[in-house]
Ligand binder design. Structure first.
Ligand code: ADP
Length: 132
């Protein structure tokens, strides 16, 4: 059994897609084991997106990700990290295949519905970060 940390971004929350996204993950056999709604501030976003802070669009990411509350969920299941990433699809919603969450609901590179841990190591760090 493996765990992955998912964040339903402000676009997911505001467009009322939370139920759809949870259903897709549950239908894939994954189980939610922890959940909270929170506001993300710049400090937490700089830590979470440390690999992006030097990029010109980072201020826009902060603006978007702090524009409304997000839902942070841990899903558990076999090979959860890789499977959730596959169900989510690639970063750019325009390039994400139909049938993936980002392909079906995302708008562009920034507004792509959800974050999901990209490795087991990131999942451990992110779970510690968001569920202190
Ligand atoms: P992922 O979320 O697929 O793991 P990254 O870690 O590369 O992708 O990026 C984190 C988030 O930053 C993306 O989900 C997206 O919201 C935003 N982002 C990444 N690249 C871009 C870009 N070129 N333009 C606008 N936003 C971006």
């Amino acid at each position: 059994m493996e765990k992955s940390l998912i964040i339903f971004k402000p676009d997911c929350m505001q467009r009322k897609l939370v139920g759809h996204v949870i259903s897709r993950l549950e239908n894939a056999g994954l189980t939610p084991v922890a959940c909270k709604i929170m506001d993300l501030d710049e400090g937490l976003l700089r830590e979470h997106y440390a690999h992006l802070v030097h990029l010109p669009f980072f201020p826009e990411i902060v603006e978007f990700m702090s524009s409304a509350p997000v839902m942070v969920i841990i899903f558990e299941g076999e090979n959860a990290v890789e499977r959730v990433r596959n169900i989510l699809g690639p970063t750019d919603s325009q390039k994400a295949p139909a049938g993936t969450i980002r392909g079906d609901f995302g708008l562009d590179k920034m507004h792509n519905i959800a974050h999901a841990s990209d490795s087991k190591d990131s999942a451990e760090k992110e779970m510690a970060r968001f569920f202190k």
